[in-house]
Design a protein around this ligand. Sequence first.
Ligand SMILES: *[C@@H]1O[C@H](CO)[C@@H](O)[C@H](O)[C@H]1NC(C)=O
Length: 303
Amino acid sequence: LGGSRSIVHKVLFMQLSFVIAVCTDGWKVSVVESLDALVSSCVVLPCTFSHPHENLPTSKLRGKWHVTSDRDQLIYYEDSTRVLENFRGRTKLLGKLGDGNCTLEMIEVKEHDSGPFCFRIEIARTPTDTSTPDKFSFVKNCVTLNMIHEPPKPSLAHKIPVEGYPFTITCSVTHTCPSHIPKLTWSRGSENEITEHHRKLQLGMWETQSILTFIPKEDDDHKDVTCTAEFNGQRTSEETMTLFVKRAVNYNHIIIPTVVAIITAGIFGGLCIFMMKKYKKRINELQSQDGTMWNRMSRISRR
Ligand SMILES: *[C@@H]1O[C@H](CO)[C@@H](O)[C@H](O)[C@H]1NC(C)=O
């Protein structure tokens, strides 16, 4: 008996899921469930949707972003007078609804803006039905914002700087506001030494990069290099590194003293030999003189 009951349950469940699948067929909203947002800066909530009606223009679609608990508490709507005062003028739909894009920008992010916020798409059932705006179909999905109070620090990546060779430092910072990218600046370097890159990471996260290339000199040793990130809303953070410049591979410090030593030794050696020769000659002369003198003396004594 228990077995047959579970079969009945299974069949019921299958039918139910089938109904849900049919109902949701063609209707889909995809958003990032949770996203970091820097207080007093901006955040972009990525959002796309699809609906079963083909190629509806933006004019036939109405997009709303609302607070999760109450779909009449709008944080974005095309008629701004219906938007909560708190959010009025701070939200903007960046995406084109006609393209199935419901991406929302929020500026001057406040402490209490954590949401969750939900997107709701309203659509006229048939093109002839536009006169009856009460009849809407909708789907919704929600995003929660994690408030960040301190801007993330940029990270610096580099190899060992070698004197006289091109040296590269990469400064990267992640953010969630691709509509107002953080500005990265360096404590040194001119425009032609700096290149910038911007890329999507995932789930509404972006990375902006600045690459500084220069040729370190001897006096750059122990100097600091700072990369500053300025986020929208004048929030800044920075990271500093100290250059420990490796001396270029150069044997002059060995070759020059060696050559000097060899030359000096040569000169001294030459001098010695010259002096020795000179004195030998003199000694020989003296010896021969002695000899003659000795001879003479011995001759005298014999006498
Ligand atoms: C949606 O619109 C935003 C803002 O214009 C854009 O950056 C993003 O790439 C669009 N998303 C898709 C999936 O087209």
